[in-house]
Design a protein around this ligand. Structure first.
Ligand code: PXP
Length: 238
């Protein structure tokens, strides 16, 4: 199972003081050296963490794969065309949320996305859609031309009762199998940490996990290389 490390919260810390440190680009390089298979960051409309300058530098220096999360807006399309990341992940975005709330409602935006995705793909960028574990939404991702889906593990991660956690895990498993059958590559992420990741690692249809907060939070205590290595080790236990 591949690990893509989301470095947004290195930039969150920097922006808290509008300072020049900590440097997310250095974090990306350290994460790669520690075994990450890709780097993810989310450029938000409000620029609360990652800035365009970060994307420009990341594009130049990272050696694995750059995945930029963004909303499907004209502003973001222009940024993607300029930066040319390896991959774009389309996510819903609302100004007051603390973090991404749920997957993109692809069904209700089919027409817009059918117009938006070809414009992105024309530049050679692979397009992923962050989506809830629902067959109807996954089928719509395929219809609008997504290359892959990232299944939202947020509800699984948040569930405190064992029974509820198991229910969400089963939904993720069947959604992953459904997406693979449609020919989509399957990734997953949101809310995954050192304690809850194992059952997701065992889902064979999922080839990559996108993990941010838990790794950066642990990095504050043990250092980023150590935090990334520990997660890589967990992902090797398929
Ligand atoms: N995947 C998507 C689409 C996200 O928006 C985020 C959060 O930025 C993540 C994965 C990573 O979530 P977390 O920071 O909880 O690991």
């Amino acid at each position: 199972m591949r690990l893509a490390v989301n470095i947004d919260h290195v930039a969150t810390l920097r922006q808290a003081r509008k300072a020049s440190e900590p440097e997310p680009v250095l974090a990306a390089l350290l994460a790669e050296q520690a075994g990450a298979n890709g780097i993810v960051c989310h450029i938000r409309g409000d620029r609360r963490h990652i800035q365009e300058r970060d994307l420009q530098l990341l594009r130049q220096v990272i050696k694995t794969k750059l995945n930029v999360e963004m909303a499907a807006t004209p502003e973001m399309l222009a940024i993607a065309r300029k930066i040319k990341p390896d991959m774009v992940s389309l996510v819903p975005e609302s100004p007051n949320e603390v973090t991404t709330q749920g997957g993109l409602d692809v069904l209700s935006q089919k027409k817009h996305l059918m117009d938006f995705l070809p414009k992105l793909k024309k530049t050679g960028i692979r397009v992923s859609i962050f989506v809830d574990a629902e067959e109807k939404q996954i089928a719509a991702c395929r219809e609008v031309g997504a290359d892959l889906v990232e299944i939202n593990t947020g509800k699984y991660a948040e569930a405190s009762l064992e029974k509820e956690k198991e229910k969400h895990l089963q939904k993720i498993k069947s959604a992953a199998a459904y997406a693979r059958n449609l020919g989509l590559e399957v990734h997953a992420g949101h809310g995954l940490d050192y304690h809850n990741v194992q059952p997701i690692v065992e889902i064979k249809e999922i080839s990559e996990l996108s993990i941010g907060f838990a790794i950066i939070a642990r990095a504050v205590m043990v250092g980023l290389p150590q935090a990334v290595k520990e997660m890589v080790t967990l992902l090797e236990k398929e």
